[in-house]
Design a binder for this molecule. Structure first.
Ligand SMILES: N[C@@H](CCC(=O)N[C@@H](CS)C(=O)NCC(=O)O)C(=O)O
Length: 194
């Protein structure tokens, strides 16, 4: 299995989650500007959507989208998912919230069409981090154990740091807690972000 990633991009969430799941995989770095992999392959031929994360299975099939890849990882290792009657739905709810309401807003912060757009996006992200910090059920989003959603939230906090967006104290503590996890340390090391 191969994970196509770009250092510090949202694919970091999947990178961390694969390590958490102890699933063996090869990392293939993608230059998102040239759309070439580290071996010079055309990334668009691998994933016509032209973005990371992209997971390629040994039979050549590819899986894209953070929500789908992280859900698939949780399916392989239920300890990284959410238990209970609504467990799967709650995980999907959280992953979708992070993806569509936080991740997407960062695009407007990184590449705004104007200052007002950037500021509006920052405000939305701030509010959503605030909300997530109140929704968290324990040390991690769903209680005392980390799930794949925590890997995604951690990646968003890394981005918040890059653009100097203030985050609630509870999320600062969460960020520090995540950084003590071997899977996080390994992924940060591999992406040279440590
Ligand atoms: N809908 C996708 C979006 C993934 C995404 O935004 N990937 C970014 C990096 S964080 C990317 O590869 N951008 C390159 C591009 O769009 O050209 C998902 O949620 O997985």
């Amino acid at each position: 299995m191969k994970l196509y990633y770009s250092p510090g991009a949202c694919s970091l969430a999947d990178h961390i989650a694969l390590h958490e799941a102890e699933i063996g995989f090869d990392r293939v770095r993608v230059d998102l500007k040239t759309k070439k992999t580290e071996t010079g392959q055309s990334f668009d031929e691998i994933n016509p959507k032209s973005y990371v994360p992209t997971l390629e299975f040994d039979n050549g099939e590819i899986l894209t989208e953070n929500v789908a890849i992280l859900s698939w990882i949780a399916d392989q290792r239920p300890a990284l998912g959410v238990t209970g009657d609504l467990g799967t739905a709650r995980l999907t709810e959280m992953l979708t919230f992070i993806s569509t309401e936080i991740h997407k807003q960062f695009g407007r912060v990184f590449k705004p069409s104007c200052d007002a757009e950037a500021e509006a996006a920052r405000e939305k992200i701030r509010k959503r981090f605030e909300l997530i910090s109140t929704l968290a059920k324990g040390d991690y989003l769903f209680g005392s154990e980390a799930s794949v959603a925590d890997a995604y939230l951690f990646t968003m906090l890394l981005w918040a740091g890059k653009v100097r967006l203030e985050i609630p104290a509870r999320l600062t503590a969460f960020d520090q807690r995540m950084r003590t996890r071997p899977a996080v340390q390994l992924a940060l090391k591999h992406e040279q972000l440590d």
